[in-house]
Write a protein that binds this ligand. Structure first.
Ligand code: CP
Length: 305
């Protein structure tokens, strides 16, 4: 039994986790990556309900659940009664009534999970796979795991988060927890997409002011499904003003790392040929996503014991 095996009722936001719980989940993810094995013999049913598109989060949760020996309940939004007007509450109430242990949910509505975790009838555990432009806690945890593996600490690290701040659930999840863990934060990107919400967590800068000083350069995807960015920027202009060009990559410290939650809009946020460059940890982030999600599912299943 590892001291990093914690119990959680649900996992819906980073604010809901203490620093100790965050560190335990990161370290448990690293233990899984290093070969720790858990394979449940008794039945644990998990349903992954994705009401918004996903490759990484959806499939990494599936792989994590399969590795743990969970039973996966297929749920396809397109062929479900959602098309007959069933509400999210009623879908999850049904999952709970059927005996599903954990529902991993991605949904476009910010804070969709509140009525689910407050319901006295719904007993299934909720894991947030992303709520609109609200939170993305499993992405945040895999980002933290990637940073921790690289530097072994957060305290004093200089982290720049650059791009579509306002529409990014990744930025909002990460800024809160990184500040709490002692990192120094900088926010770069178009002024049109940076609300004052960010000012409480770090300093607004231009990418060129900080690119040669930071330890972590984290780019955000331009959320073109949430707004019409091309009415403000052409792809070329965005890349030139706010993206990672070869010249900016060369100015990054030798020890600095490049991160992006992906999918990357290649040649917009990051030049195509730099996505897998030596300083990039983007592929590592995806791999770590499986192991940290094993830690998350283990924790919520333990919370049900
Ligand atoms: N990073 C991330 O959430 O990717 P998906 O939208 O593919 O899950």
């Amino acid at each position: 039994m590892s001291s990093n095996q914690i119990a959680l009722k649900n996992l819906v936001s980073m604010e809901a986790l203490s620093n100790e719980e965050v560190m335990a989940l990161i370290k448990r993810g690293i233990e899984f990556k290093n070969g720790a094995k858990v394979h449940y013999d008794d039945q644990h049913i998990v349903a992954n309900l994705f009401f918004e598109s996903s490759t990484r989060t959806h499939k990494a949760f599936e792989v994590a659940e399969l590795k743990l020996g969970c039973d996966l309940l297929d749920f396809d939004v397109k062929t479900s009664s959602v098309n007959k007007g069933e509400t999210l509450y009623d879908t999850i109430l049904t999952m709970s009534a059927l005996g599903v242990d954990v529902c991993v949910i991605r949904h476009p509505e910010v804070d969709y999970y509140k009525e689910l975790i407050e319901s006295p009838t719904i007993t299934t555990s909720i894991v947030n796979g992303g709520d609109g432009s609200g939170q993305h806690p499993s992405q945040s945890l895999l980002d933290l795991m990637t940073i921790y593996q690289e530097f072994g600490r957060f305290d004093g690290l200089k982290v720049a988060i650059a791009g579509d701040l306002d529409h990014s659930r990744v930025a909002k999840s990460n800024m809160q927890i990184l500040k709490r863990l002692g990192a120094e934060l900088y926010f770069a990107g178009p002024e049109e997409w940076r609300s004052q919400e960010f000012a409480g967590y770090g300093q607004f800068v231009t990418i060129d002011e900080v690119i040669d000083q930071v330890d972590v350069m984290m780019f955000l995807r331009v959320q073109h499904e949430r707004h019409d960015y091309e009415s403000i920027f052409s792809k070329e202009n965005y890349h030139r003003l706010h993206g990672l060009t070869q010249e900016r990559y060369d100015r990054m410290k030798e020890t600095a790392i490049l991160m992006h939650p992906a999918p990357v809009n290649r040649d917009v946020e990051i030049a195509d040929h730099l996505v897998e460059a030596p300083k990039s940890r983007i592929v590592e982030q995806m791999t770590n996503g499986v192991f940290v999600r094993m830690a998350i599912i283990e924790a919520v299943l333990k919370g049900r014991e």
